[in-house]
Design a protein around this ligand. Structure first.
Ligand SMILES: O=C[C@H](O)COP(=O)(O)O
Length: 273
């Protein structure tokens, strides 16, 4: 999946959902079928063959055992398939899933460094960095999750996140260009409400100023309908619980389509100049 260039303002918006471990196998399949219908009902999202031209990149990240049937449910649609984690390689890593196998399955992006992996499964910066390289080595796009653990001011939060990105990439700008960054303040994950838009916009703007325009930067943490229009600094949303009702994903996609339609005249005139 090509991610080149920042999408803020005129590039694609990334709208994705992880099911985490909230759904069983059958429920996941039903949800994926609903997502498929919701996307099919919105021709502005494009088709599977035209995904690189679509103004919106939709992705879903179900549990590992669901990935293979997901490829059939989503076949021909523009929805990209992601995995919630990967190993740092293959071989003697019992119980893990290699990036190579994910690529073989048709997965195009993989979450790395989610706050729950860092906190509950002891993934430190070194492990995250190994996974990022392993994923890129198999042409997967790492969806690198970053975010401050506690409520702190926007400047300190952005500095924390930039350090996480540098640790994950070793400062390699070529690697940075291969990522999608998901800013998820840990304190806003699993909460009633997302982080305040003012905080999110300030953190995203400062991360962007530090890292440059080369990779999409999206927001996650209790996100749902109504949030995206309040986040002009975000290149999209990474949704959890509030999109497990697939109708809410539809609402967010409508908001994303409206935003990109509103941008279209500016985009076409800037492409002429
Ligand atoms: O994976 C998604 C994010 O961690 C957000 O999850 P949430 O919306 O349920 O807080």
């Amino acid at each position: 999946m090509s991610t080149s260039g920042s999408s803020t303002g005129n590039g694609p918006l990334y709208i994705g959902v992880s099911t985490k471990m909230y759904m069983g196998y059958q429920a996941s399949l039903r949800w994926l079928s609903e997502v498929r219908s919701i996307v099919d009902d919105r021709p502005g999202l494009g088709t599977g063959s035209g995904v690189q031209d679509s103004p919106i990149r939709v992705f879903v990240i179900p549990s590992f055992p669901v990935l293979e049937p997901a490829t059939r449910i989503l076949a021909g649609s523009p929805v990209l398939l992601g995995a919630q984690n990967c190993a740092w390689g293959d071989g003697p890593l019992t119980g893990e899933v290699s990036p190579g196998m994910l690529a073989e399955l048709g997965v195009s992006l993989v979450e790395i460094g989610h706050a729950e992996r860092r906190k509950l499964f002891g993934e430190d910066d070194a492990v995250v960095a190994r996974k990022v390289r392993a994923a890129v080595g198999q042409s997967l796009t790492p969806l690198l999750c970053i975010g401050e653990p506690e409520r702190i001011d926007a400047g300190a939060a952005a500095a924390f996140c930039v350090e996480q990105v540098r640790a994950a990439t070793g400062g390699d700008s070529g690697l940075l260009r291969r990522l999608v960054l998901a800013y998820e303040p840990v304190w806003a994950i699993g909460a009633q409400e997302p982080a305040p838009p003012k905080h999110v916009n300030a953190v995203l703007a400062q991360i962007r100023a530090e890292l440059g325009p080369d990779c999409p930067l999206i927001y996650g943490g209790s996100a749902g309908p109504g949030l995206l229009p309040q986040l002009p600094a975000a290149d999209g949303l990474f949704l959890g619980r509030f999109a497990h009702d697939a109708a809410n994903l539809g609402r967010v996609l409508d908001e994303a389509l409206l935003l990109r339609q509103a941008d279209a005249p500016a985009r076409s005139s800037s492409s002429r100049s």
